[in-house]
Design a protein around this ligand. Sequence first.
Ligand code: TYM
Length: 332
Amino acid sequence: RPRVLSGIQPTAESFHLGNYLGAVRQWVDMQETHDAFYFIADLHALTVNPSPSELRRRTRVSAAQLFAAGLDPERSTLFVQSHIREHSELAWILICNTGMGEAARMTQFKDKAAKFGESSAGVGLFTYPILQAADILMYQADQVPVGADQKQHLELTRDLAQRFNSRYGQTFTVPNPYIPKEVEKIGDLQDPLAKMSKSSSSPQGLLEVLEQPGPLRKKVMRAVTDTGSEVVADPENKPGVTNLLRIQSAVTGVPVPELEARYAGLGYGAFKKDVAEAVVDAFAPIRERTEKLLADETELDRLLAVGGQRAAAIARQTMEAVRDHIGFLPKS
Ligand code: TYM
């Protein structure tokens, strides 16, 4: 079986629809066909300096949501990144094989740094994609399911793997991104050309998995639509309607052309009502299961410990080879 690996940051109280459609759903599907490794990227979350209690809580909420969304602890290995100390070690080794210019080209870093102001952005934001490369290469992943915003980080990962292999001998599998076109960039409901994101300007544009049906419905009904009244996919002239069509199609499994036919002549109101119900129906069971899982932290922590043991076995193997290939003396 090919191996799949992906990670998600515990930086909010809830995942949002972009995380869910762009990543988590693929994770659940791929556990059927792949040797599956998924993790909660708490080391990456440190780049935004959460308080210790926030970080602890969000890490558990993230794990609970992933199990609730359908990750099966028997078929998938779900673990917490910081439990595997080798991630930080491999990140350092890869940092020493990365050029300043190559790291400085990362558009996500440039965007985030611009928000903080050039010199007050943390160094962690700069090395973030190299830690991500370490996560992926550690597990010799073949496929990495992510949203379009991670494409450039995957290219860097491939470059670093190839460079390391040619400098030090075959060590890493060169991974392939897996980015399904229809859901690669779910738009913000208030600004459909921008990706839905936890750091987006208005909470009105964000649909959170753990939100109650009331606010979810309200946000969909108030989503920005476009001039005219026809429900058709037209990314250039109707980005708002197109985004909602893609969301409804992804959530219900009904192809976009079929939806266009269904709403012909009905106008935006009827359409948005159905989009809202589809999202509520998808999220409600996940929210309920998440609440149940969070009620038993001991069991949740136990499941993560089991995942951690399986991940550790692979990380240990990879790092033995890395240390040897790079010329570190054995500890004896
Ligand atoms: P994070 O936590 O920001 O996002 C998790 C996943 O959700 C996807 N995503 C979206 N997909 C479609 N439309 C959107 N609007 C949208 N917003 C977010 C992201 O692309 C991502 O797949 N750097 C990663 C975490 C990470 C990782 C890794 C991923 C750390 N190490 C190793 C893969 C492999 C991130 O920022 O995730």
